[in-house]
Design a protein around this ligand. Structure first.
Ligand code: SF4
Ligand code: SF4
Ligand code: SF4
Length: 352
């Protein structure tokens, strides 16, 4: 089964499960992207394969440090893919031009993401800022997103026994919300990565291609592939020479999905949806129970703190009263002693 058939079947089963009957898609309307959505332009003619972007990504996302340090460029000799510990990797390619070329790989933040299309619990969402982000609390671990992604980007925490997650580049969404640059863009010493709105980036890319026709191939990868992506690429060699698939077409994942809907029988693939649906419900319930437990613990702690505070105040008050009494008694005794001493002195004076 190829990725297109998979997306079609998946879309069909998702909709069937939701409606109880075969359904037609809402339509083949192509989403043009959120206005002002951000993205990154990668210029392969400027990249020197220094791996500084990999290191910055590792730091800002607090990922485990790799075995080999980031300044070890021998790792470029083998082709690597993104993993749950490496949201981005830089690979080296022998191309039709003299020398080698490099390409940085990460999530492309599709305008209409196949991963989100394949995820029936909506653990992946396309944000208005352009980033495709993931909510591990919703994920049921079916890993359909991994099969659906045309660039094999999402990776799974197979070694994580209790709560494995799907891991991928977030376009540094939290940093973008704070007005900061993605970590990799900020660090790149060669300006091979440019951050901006998708529209601005397309203008920059077109201008570079127009100004330097001998340096670039006349193609912006990601402008149309799979309905368009927010991570865009320009290069001096055909993109297939940089390991990017060239046969993806321009149809987005939801459109591919809708095409197969009417033809798929109700029973096809329904069972995985039911099974994972049951799992999803139990996971949701677990989450709810956890929240309720946390709320109960917080309330109990608050009550205990209030009671302790009241008890302390009462004890302080008691101690204050006792102290005052003790001082009064001491003062009284001192006065009496002084009076007695004065009386004795007077008697002695009278006798002498
Ligand atoms: S930091 Fe920039 S120049 Fe260095 S490998 Fe990454 S993209 Fe290329
Ligand atoms: S590149 Fe893959 S993981 Fe990233 S948004 Fe697109 S489909 Fe999802
Ligand atoms: S945008 Fe952020 S998460 Fe994505 S590759 Fe760059 S540093 Fe890593």
């Amino acid at each position: 089964m190829n990725r297109r058939t998979f997306l079609g079947l998946l879309g069909a089963t998702s909709v069937v499960a939701a409606t109880g009957q075969a359904a037609h898609a809402a339509g083949n309307h192509h989403f043009e992207g959120h206005p002002g959505a951000k993205g990154v332009l990668f210029d392969a003619t400027l990249c020197i394969g220094c791996r500084k972007c990999e290191e910055a990504c590792n730091v800002v996302n607090e990922l485990p440090r790799p075995e080999k340090p980031f300044d070890d460029l021998t790792v470029l000799e083998a082709k690597r893919r993104t993993t749950e510990k490496d949201y981005t990797v830089v690979n080296q390619y022998q191309t039709s031009r003299p020398g080698v070329a490099f390409r940085k790989q990460q999530c492309n933040h599709c305008q209409e993401p196949a991963c989100a299309s394949a995820c029936f619990v909506k653990a992946f969402i396309k944000t208005p800022e352009g980033a495709v982000v993931y909510d591990p609390t919703l994920c049921v671990g079916c890993r359909y997103c991994m099969i659906a992604c045309a660039w094999s980007v999402p990776a799974y925490e197979y070694d994580e026994a209790l709560s494995p997650r799907v891991m991928k580049c977030t376009m540094c969404h939290p940093r973008i919300l704070e007005g900061k640059l993605p970590g990799c863009v900020e660090i790149c010493p060669k300006g091979a990565l440019t951050f901006g709105t998708r529209k601005e980036l397309l203008d920059v890319a077109r201008q570079r291609i127009r100004n330097f026709p001998d340096r670039y191939v006349d193609h912006i990868y990601g402008e149309r592939e799979m309905g368009g992506t927010n991570w865009l690429y320009i290069s001096g060699v055909p993109f297939t020479e940089l390991g990017l698939p060239g046969d993806l077409g321009t149809t987005s994942a939801p459109e591919l999905t809708s095409g197969a809907l009417a033809a798929v029988p109700v029973v096809t693939g329904l069972w995985p949806i039911l099974l994972t649906g049951v799992y999803a419900i139990s996971k949701k319930r677990e989450k709810q129970e956890k929240q309720e437990k946390e709320a109960a613990v917080a309330a109990a702690l608050k009550k205990a703190a209030e009671q302790a505070e009241a008890k302390l105040a009462a004890e302080l008050e008691k101690a204050e009263v006792a102290n005052r009494r003790r001082i009064e008694v001491e003062v009284k005794n001192a006065v009496e002693q002084a009076m007695q001493a004065k009386g004795t002195d007077s008697e002695e004076e009278a006798q002498s």
